[in-house]
Design a protein around this ligand. Structure first.
Ligand code: NAD
Length: 477
C-alpha cells in the first residue's frame, strides 16, 4: 500500500496531523493507499510558502514560467502508463479513458505553455491628446485550487497550468476519494527545479482544511470544481475577505433530438455522453427530449444500445464503464431512480444496483420514460448511467423544456436543418452547446456554466484571464 506525504514548499513532507485518508479501489474494494488528512497547520504552511514565492515567480518572464509547464508535460508523458494504471485503480475509470485523461493532461500543460507569448495588455484611447492609457494584466497572486474526484488528474492541471503561466502560485487540494495521481504528480514536480512554494499539494477534508484554505487572508482566488453545495459554501466562506471565486459546478445537460435528426448519430451521441465514466461527468447528457414523430423509434434504438453496454473490470479491453466511485454514490443513484418510479416514471431498461461477480458498486445502464418535467430525476444531477427520455411536440416546446433547469452547463442538439441549429444556438441558455455530437469539451474552448453551474470558467484564452487582474495606468507626457 502506498503512503503519500503532503507537498509543501518544494518538499514532500509529513503532515502536522496524524490522521489519514484511506483510498479505496472502488472496483476491488481494496485499500490501495493512504494520504494525509491534513489540518490547519498544513494549510497555513502551504499558503505561506505560496505567498512567499509568488513575487519572485511573477517577476520571471512568462516564457520562462512556460518552460516549467513544458517540463511537467514531459514528466507526465514519461510516466504515462503508470499514471493511467493508478488512475484506473483509484477511481474505477476504464483504462482506455484513464490513458486519455493522462495524455490530455500532458497536452494541456503544453497548450498553456504556448500562451506565454500570446496574452496581451491593451492601449486605450485617452480623452487627452498627451496621454496614453495602458491596461496591464497582472497575476492575481495566491490561488487555492479545490478538485473533485471524477477527473482528478486533468482538473488538477486545469488549475495548475493557467495559474503558473500567469505568475500565480497555487495550493491545490485533491478530493479525498482520489489523491493518488495528484501526489504522484507532486513527486514528478519535486524532481524538477521549480522554485519552492510555487506549487503545493495538501490533502484533507473539504470542510476543515478546505475551509481554512478558502477563508485565509493569504488566499487571493479560489477555484473549485465540484458540486453546487460546495460552491455555495465556498461563496459564503469567501465573503469574509471578498476573495475572488471561480466555480465549475454540476450540470443537468439536455440533449434535444429533432425529427429530422440522423437517429443513429443521435443515439450514439446520447449513449456516449451518458455512460462515459459510469455517467459521472459534469457535462454528460442527463435528460433527452425527442420529437414525438420519432420518439418510439429513437427509444427502441437507444434501449438496444443501452442493453448492449458492457460494464465490469476497468482493465478489461471491452468494458465501457466500471464501478461508481463508492457505495454512497451508488445508493444516491438508486434512491433517485426509486423516487422517480414512485412519482410515476417507468423503467425501460436497467434500474438496479449490481456488481461484477461481487465486485464494485455498479449501477445498470438505465432508461426511464414517463417522468414529469418538474420531477427530481429531470431536474437534479444524477451522476450515474441513468437517463429520462421525454417527448416534445415542436421546436418552442423543446427549447422551453431544455432551458427549464437550475443548471446551465452543457446542452446538445441533433438535427440536419441548419436553421434549427442556428436558431437553437440563439435560444438555448447554456455555457456550451454540442451539435450532432457527444458532449465533451476541448482545451481551447471555454468551459463555463450558467445559473447554478458556476461562476467564471476554465480553458482557452478566457480560462487564462481568470487568473489575471487588470491595472490601468494613465500616462501623461
Ligand atoms: P464535492 O463538491 O463533493 O467536492 C469537490 C471538492 O470540494 C472536494 O475536494 C471537497 O473536499 C471540497 N469541498 C467540499 N466542501 C468544501 C468546503 N465547504 N470548502 C472547501 N472545500 C470543500 O464534489 P465531488 O463529488 O468531488 O465531484 C462531483 C461534482 O463535481 C459534480 O456535481 C460534478 O458535476 C462536479 N464537476 C463539475 C465540473 C465542471 O467542469 N463544471 C467538472 C467535474 C465535476
Amino acid at each position: 500500500m502506498k503512503t503519500y506525504q503532503q507537498f509543501i514548499n518544494g518538499k514532500l513532507t509529513d503532515s502536522h496531523s496524524s490522521e489519514w485518508i484511506e483510498v479505496e479501489n472502488p472496483y476491488t474494494g481494496e485499500t490501495i493507499a493512504r494520504a494525509p488528512k491534513g489540518d490547519d497547520a498544513d494549510a497555513y504552511a502551504a499558503l505561506e510558502a505560496a505567498k512567499k514565492s509568488q513575487k519572485a515567480w511573477a517577476a520571471r518572464t512568462a516564457s520562462d514560467r512556460a518552460g516549467y509547464l513544458t517540463k511537467m508535460a514531459a514528466a507526465i508523458r514519461a510516466k504515462r502508463v503508470e499514471l493511467a494504471t493508478l488512475l484506473a485503480q483509484e477511481q474505477a475509470k476504464i483504462i482506455g479513458l484513464a490513458q486519455v485523461e493522462i495524455d490530455f493532461t500532458a497536452d494541456y500543460f503544453d497548450y498553456y505553455a504556448g500562451w506565454a507569448r500570446k496574452y496581451e495588455g491593451e492601449i486605450i484611447n485617452s480623452d487627452r491628446y498627451n496621454e496614453n492609457i495602458f491596461l496591464f494584466h497582472k497575476p492575481i497572486g495566491v490561488v487555492v485550487g479545490i478538485c473533485p474526484w471524477n477527473f482528478p488528474f486533468f482538473v488538477m492541471a486545469r488549475k495548475v497550468a493557467p495559474a503558473l503561466l500567469t505568475g500565480c502560485t497555487i495550493v491545490l487540494k485533491p478530493s479525498s476519494n482520489t489523491p493518488c495521481t495528484t501526489f504522484e504528480f507532486a513527486k514528478l514536480v519535486a524532481s524538477l527545479d521549480l522554485p519552492a512554494g510555487v506549487v503545493n499539494f495538501v490533502s484533507g477534508s473539504g470542510k476543515t482544511l478546505g475551509n481554512t484554505l478558502v477563508t485565509s487572508p493569504l488566499t487571493d482566488m479560489v477555484t473549485l470544481t465540484g458540486s453546487v453545495e460546495a460552491g455555495q459554501e465556498i461563496i459564503a466562506a469567501s465573503a469574509q475577505n471578498v476573495t475572488k471565486v471561480s466555480l465549475e459546478l454540476g450540470g443537468k445537460a439536455p440533449a434535444i433530438v429533432f425529427a429530422d435528426a440522423d437517429i443513429d448519430l443521435a443515439v450514439k451521441g446520447v449513449l456516449d455522453s451518458r455512460v462515459i465514466y459510469s455517467g459521472q461527468v459534469c457535462n454528460c447528457a442527463e435528460r433527452a427530449y425527442v420529437q414525438k414523430s420519432i420518439y418510439e423509434k429513437f427509444l427502441d434504438k437507444l434501449t438496444d444500445a443501452f442493453k448492449k453496454v458492457k460494464y465490469g473490470d476497468p482493465f478489461a479491453p471491452d468494458t465501457v464503464y466500471s464501478s461508481q466511485i463508492d457505495k454512497a454514490q451508488q445508493t444516491k443513484i438508486d434512491e433517485m431512480v426509486k423516487r422517480a418510479v414512485a412519482a410515476g416514471a417507468q423503467v425501460v431498461t436497467g434500474g438496479a444496483c449490481t456488481t461484477d461477480n461481487g465486485k464494485g458498486y455498479f449501477y445498470e445502464p438505465t432508461i426511464l420514460t414517463g417522468a414529469r418535467q418538474d420531477s427530481e430525476i429531470v431536474q437534479k444531477e444524477v451522476f450515474g448511467p441513468v437517463i429520462p427520455v421525454l417527448p416534445f411536440e415542436d421546436y418552442d416546446e423543446a427549447i422551453a423544456l431544455a432551458n427549464d433547469c437550475e443548471y446551465g452547463l452543457t446542452s446538445s442538439v441533433f438535427t440536419t436543418n441548419i436553421n434549427t441549429v442556428m436558431q437553437s444556438l440563439k435560444d438555448l441558455n447554456f455555457g456550451e452547446t454540442y451539435v450532432n455530437r457527444e458532449h465533451f469539451e476541448g482545451m481551447q474552448g471555454f468551459h463555463a456554466g450558467w445559473r447554478k453551474s458556476g461562476i467564471g470558467g476554465a480553458d482557452g484564452k478566457h480560462g487564462l484571464m481568470e487568473y489575471l487582474q487588470s491595472q490601468v495606468a494613465y500616462i501623461q507626457f
